[in-house]
Design a protein around this ligand. Structure first.
Ligand code: FCB
Length: 405
């Protein structure tokens, strides 16, 4: 029997574009159509059904919920801000508040307004100013309802998928362009951190907690050669810790948002910048169970990363961890094993204060479409009907008692 700390945040996460539906002013909306990918369309219709979905979360004993605000709804045209959409997000917050669920609000979760991408997206250094203006509008209005802000979701995933691997819009494959985006994202985070704190200070509101969500994975050498060990270290420092380190150095982090799913098996085929970044021996290893996208299930890697983060002396909230699978027994096995490792990290003195499963609902998994099922709650995309999975009930018991049997 493993007991978690009192006041632990328990719940699940979503992001606007993946669940709301009809985000017609977003860059992803036009990109999906242009490249002929499965389109997000009405997604889970969560824009309409959020109250019903939060009631389900409440019945599952969640006391926290992470969601994101869609910038392209708030500012559909450059400089034109929508009071109506702002009101929508205030209603979302009020609905969580009524249920006693603590919101964690993300300001940027991969998608951008189409107008911004036409101006060069995050490669344009003005993106920082535009982002701040949007954040100012949102935070001024919503501050009374929010204690936890997440500025940017997974900056390294955003920039590697969109600017290095070329699989997300704008499909660039350029280290040089990626570096520009990286610099702008860091600056945007640091400035937004200050902006949010200033807004709260001016209104004498209690100090908020501001951080960002970092995608992490366990990097494990296939064979312990010098090349592989070096590449493993480099990937760990760059992909897992780089942004955290920089933001901490700027004193712009109140907590670390940690997203963890899987491992990567590192095998350097030859010396080269690209090889250092992406060579793996993944396909040769069938020794562990996998999710439906083929990602290895590797819960012990989470403990490793949590221990590495201890030195930053910051509270850590697991802002995403989850599995897509048609096998709901495996889903519970996955959650259980990861919670066990989180508990072990807490025992070793890592200050972890919450766990948010990805995701509350099945949803639109970016370029992979609707096939991967990550939800605690099944969504029938034809009827919009929700069905709570057995794994959700088991997790709900942990949320209720703070005890993992
Ligand atoms: C994370 C993303 C999230 C979701 C999960 C499966 O990298 O933040 O939106 O797609 O992966």
């Amino acid at each position: 029997m493993l007991k978690f700390p009192q006041n632990f945040l328990w719940g699940a996460a979503t992001s606007a574009y993946q669940v709301e539906g009809d985000n017609v002013h977003s860059d992803w909306w036009s990109w999906e159509k242009k490249v002929g990918k499965e389109c997000s369309g009405e997604a889970c219709n969560h824009y309409k059904f959020y109250e019903q979905d939060f009631n389900l979360a409440k019945n599952l004993n969640h006391n926290a919920h992470r969601f994101s605000i869609e910038w392209s709804r708030i500012e559909p045209k450059q400089g034109e801000f929508s009071k109506k959409e702002l009101q929508h997000y205030e209603d979302v917050l009020l609905s969580l508040k009524k249920l006693g669920i603590e919101p964690l609000v993300t300001l940027h979760h991969f998608t951008n307004p189409l107008w911004l991408s036409k101006l060069g997206g995050w490669e344009n250094k003005k993106s920082i100013e535009y982002f701040l203006r949007y954040c100012d509008f949102v935070v001024q209005a919503l501050a009374p309802h929010v204690r936890y802000w997440i500025t940017i979701n997974e900056p390294t995933v955003f920039l590697s998928h969109a600017y290095i691997f070329g699989v997300w819009p704008p499909q660039a494959k350029s280290f040089f362009r990626a570096k520009t985006v990286q610099n702008n994202l860091v600056k945007a985070h640091v400035k937004t951190y200050a902006l949010i704190h200033n807004i709260y200070k001016k209104s004498n509101a209690p100090r908020p907690s501001v951080g960002f969500s970092q995608f992490t994975q366990a990097f494990v050498p296939c064979v312990n050669t010098l090349k592989n060990t070096l590449a493993t270290k480099l990937r760990n420092n760059w992909f897992n810790l780089g942004f955290i380190k920089t933001c901490a150095q700027h004193h712009a982090l109140d907590f670390i948002g940690l997203n963890y799913y899987s491992r990567q098996l590192v095998e350097l085929k030859q010396w080269g910048i690209g090889n250092f970044i992406w060579d793996t021996c993944q396909n040769n290893h069938h020794s562990v169970k996998k999710n439906s996208l083929g990602w290895d299930i590797y819960p012990e890697g989470l403990l490793d990363i949590l221990l590495k983060l201890k030195k930053y002396n910051l509270p850590i909230i697991v802002t995403e961890n989850g599995i897509c699978t048609p096998d709901d027994v495996l889903r519970w096995e996955y959650i259980h094993a990861h919670l066990k490792n989180i508990h072990a990290a807490i025992q070793k003195g890592v200050p972890i204060s919450g766990y948010l499963y990805w995701s509350l609902l099945d949803n639109f998994e970016w370029d992979k479409g609707f096939a991967p099922r990550f939800g605690l709650i099944d969504v029938n995309y034809n009827t919009t009907q929700r069905t709570v999975r057995a794994s959700a009930l088991k997790f709900g018991q942990v949320c209720k008692t703070g005890i993992l049997e």
